[in-house]
Design a protein around this ligand. Structure first.
Ligand SMILES: Cc1cc2nc3c(=O)[nH]c(=O)nc-3n(C[C@H](O)[C@H](O)[C@H](O)COP(=O)(O)OP(=O)(O)OC[C@H]3O[C@@H](n4cnc5c(N)ncnc54)[C@H](O)[C@@H]3O)c2cc1C
Ligand SMILES: *[C@@H]1O[C@H](CO)[C@@H](O)[C@H](O)[C@H]1NC(C)=O
Ligand SMILES: *[C@@H]1O[C@H](CO)[C@@H](O)[C@H](O)[C@H]1NC(C)=O
Ligand SMILES: *[C@@H]1O[C@H](CO)[C@@H](O)[C@H](O)[C@H]1NC(C)=O
Ligand SMILES: *[C@@H]1O[C@H](CO)[C@@H](O)[C@H](O)[C@H]1NC(C)=O
Length: 614
């Protein structure tokens, strides 16, 4: 799958967007024949699974018919002839909206291989788009049944039913999760996609706050709202909001993104997603509806801001602070190399190394000058050689923003002009700084109507890089990045600035975020239908990369939403000193562990499939 093309560079920048696959290496507990009363969850394939009548009785109480989620490529397997829906699937396979859309019966994950089940012996249950691979279309990791919740009451009914029958539950919003946390084999789905309410508040008083507490220009988003919809509502007021950045802006604005932290190019100016929340509403596993904020149930409010999605209950809405808009500068750069004698596998091209090493060296300077955003290293389609894309923004009022970036462009141009042939030619294909009216113009121009960076097969690894490390040893950082042996790398300034000035204990988010400047992400890709051996080789690269960054940042952290399934000591890596309190809040609000996700709070009490308590 040609995910990233040179010609569409600027559309494809951030590739936290690139996707990922859940390929469980664990034996499915389906075969173990658990009962619903023991220490295991009841699964679809077992006798304990509720009967048709029981589901019918549930359905009769709900506002919508039950869902029967299907694999997205199903239409390509239903007839010998190409049908319209299959053509649509082929055309929109890498479209984040299509993948999360209601027309797809809730069966989509943003990353197709999350939908595929790989048994430990390599046996595959999936539904591949490419039918000539010869696999039948099977349910794989897509839950067979679910509830299309439209109200608090629907959520309560779904939760009560799941708890009463001890079902394995998954909560899915858009299905963007990079660790497969929004899908599970033989589970019961609670789908929040249609919780689309949006309410703008000129003034907002959190529930239970003392009289006189007033926030202005806040917005309450139902947990099914996606960033494009949220941006539209906020931009219409001439304001901005800290949100996810992706082609098409299809990431959920009030689901997993914010519960995991929520990074953005705007975070260095206005804090992370979690730092902008005023109130949340949620239904917990006992069926209770809570309105939580700094004044009411502050511990649950704290946990929901960084403690991770799918762990505390079903979030119904999130209220955010918005911010005034002001003019910005937008920097774009694309640099590519051509080195026919260099092995694309190692891609160690001196000019490219020099360029990237300089970028790392000046990253603290650029950040201090007001720049934030995304640098990606990607392989070119034809040669596989790396190219670099930079997409940064800064407040137009930042006095040294323009000059610091121009210095970097000049450095790049000088490298390009003076590179010796044996070092590989470097081309600066684009280097510009535009003046824009504000963040809205930047978001609309670069990301709207775009697709890509979903619908591919990959896994992530990542690490938060402290500012201190970048300052004290930039060459070690550059060497670690360039030594990954993984063609897709993101090097993002989404921390520092306002992210660093927040009291680390005010939210559950990993305190490591407060010292960080860079979120580095890397992700190998593989072809649809790849063997388990191929996938495991890709995973080994991820593990090796993570080990390299761990060595550079001992005791450091990683971003819960964009991490690997192989984090060593995930509790420390995702939450540091906040883990113990999170465990306690989890025990208080979800004592039956109805909501458990891979590498989530409390998941260590469960087996690798999260179906049986250890
Ligand atoms: C294309 C793309 C771009 C991205 N860009 C960014 C970015 O700019 N910044 C950033 O920080 N991250 C980004 N991410 C990562 C993103 O934060 C995660 O994928 C996140 O999990 C998405 O949340 P979701 O609700 O949309 O997805 P889902 O996969 O539906 O849900 C993610 C997790 O949250 C849980 N969850 C969802 N809704 C609820 C709810 N209402 N109540 C309780 N639990 C819930 C799910 O159970 C699951 O565990 C991006 C991902 C992709 C694929
Ligand atoms: C999403 O679904 C709606 C109706 O369910 C449809 O109108 C819309 O065109 C779909 N969009 C995409 C991108 O598939
Ligand atoms: C589909 O799979 C076949 C068999 O592996 C392969 O030859 C073909 O190139 C694939 N098609 C696409 C579009 O990937
Ligand atoms: C707060 O305001 C409400 C409504 O105006 C009033 O009923 C209440 O007594 C006030 N509480 C305090 C502590 O002043
Ligand atoms: C930089 O890091 C490398 C690799 O960890 C290490 O060998 C070197 O001593 C460090 N240099 C400095 C100046 O800290």
């Amino acid at each position: 799958m040609a995910l990233l093309r040179m010609t569409t560079a600027l559309q494809l920048v951030t590739w936290f967007m690139i996707s990922y696959v859940l390929v469980s290496t664990q034996a499915s507990s389906v075969y173990a024949g658990h009962s619903s009363t023991g220490k295991c969850r009841c699964l679809f394939t077992e006798p304990c699974w509720p009967s048709k009548d029981e589901f019918a009785a549930l359905e009769a109480t709900l506002s919508q018919p039950l869902l029967a989620p299907q694999q997205l490529a199903t239409p390509c397997h239903t007839s010998w002839f190409l049908n319209e829906e299959c053509e649509l699937a082929q055309e929109l396979w890498v479209d984040g909206w299509w993948r999360s859309n209601s027309s797809n019966s809730a069966g989509g994950t943003e990353q197709p291989t999350f939908a595929a089940y790989y048994a430990p012996d390599g046996h595959i249950e999936a539904c591949f788009l490419n039918t000539t691979l010869g696999y039948p279309c099977l349910q794989g990791n897509i839950p067979p049944i679910g509830v299309d919740v439209r109200s608090v009451k629907d959520i309560q009914l779904a939760i009560d039913f799941a708890a009463a029958h001890n079902l394995r539950v998954v909560v899915k919003n858009t299905g963007h999760d990079y660790l497969g946390r929004s899908t599970a084999r033989n589970a019961f789905l609670i789908w929040t996609h249609h919780l689309k309410s949006i309410q703008y508040h000129d003034t907002f008083k959190p529930s239970g706050a003392p009289n006189g507490t007033v926030y202005t220009d806040a917005i309450t988003l139902g947990s099914g709202v996606q960033w494009q919809e949220a941006y539209d509502a906020v931009f219409a007021r001439g304001r901005i909001i800290v949100g996810g950045i992706a082609p098409g802006a299809s990431v959920g604005a009030a689901g997993g993104w914010v519960q995991g932290g929520g990074h953005s190019a705007l975070a260095p100016q206005h804090g992370l997603g979690v730092d902008n929340v005023l109130e949340m509403t949620i239904v917990t596993s006992d069926g209770r509806y809570h309105v939580v904020n700094s004044y009411q149930e502050p511990d649950l409010f704290w946990a929901l801001r960084g403690g991770g999605g799918g762990t505390w209950g079903v979030v119904v809405s999130v209220t955010y602070q918005t911010h005034p808009s002001s003019p910005i500068l937008a920097a774009y750069m694309i640099a590519s190399v051509n080195a026919p004698t260099v092995d694309a596998g190692t891609a160690d091209i001196p000019t490219f190394r020099a360029l990237f090493t300089e970028l790392v060296r000046i990253t603290p300077t650029l950040a201090d000058a007001g720049w934030s955003g995304y640098v990606d290293i990607l392989p070119s389609d034809d040669t596989g050689l790396p190219w670099l894309s930079l997409l940064y923004i800064a407040p137009a009022s930042a006095p040294t923003a323009r000059s610091t970036m121009q210095d970097f462009f000049a450095f790049a141009q000088h490298l390009a002009d003076s590179a010796r042939p044996e070092e590989g030619a470097l081309y600066v294909d684009l280097a510009s700084i535009d003046s824009l009216s504000g963040f809205a113009e930047w978001e609309l121009t670069n990301f709207r109507g775009k697709s890509g960076e979903v619908g591919v097969n990959t896994e992530l690894g990542s690490r938060l890089l402290p500012r201190d490390l970048l300052q004290s040893n930039h060459t070690a950082v550059a060497d670690a990045v360039l030594g990954l042996g993984i063609p897709h790398i993101g090097f993002y300034i989404v921390a520092g600035g306002a992210v660093s000035t927040v009291d680390p204990d005010s939210v559950a988010l990993n305190p490591a975020w407060r010292d960080a400047l860079i979120h580095v992400v890397f992700s190998p890709l593989w072809e649809e239908g790849a063997s388990l051996d191929t996938i495991n080789a890709a995973r080994d690269l991820v593990k090796k990369g993570e080990a390299a960054f761990r060595a550079l940042t001992p005791g450091g952290g990683a971003y819960f939403n964009e991490a690997s399934l192989y984090e060593e000591n995930f509790q420390q890596t995702f939450w540091g000193s906040h883990y113990e309190k999170l465990r306690a809040v989890k025990k208080q609000y979800d004592p039956i562990d109805l909501f458990v996700v891979p590498e989530g709070v409390g998941s260590e009490d469960w087996d690798a499939d999260l179906n049986c308590r250890l």
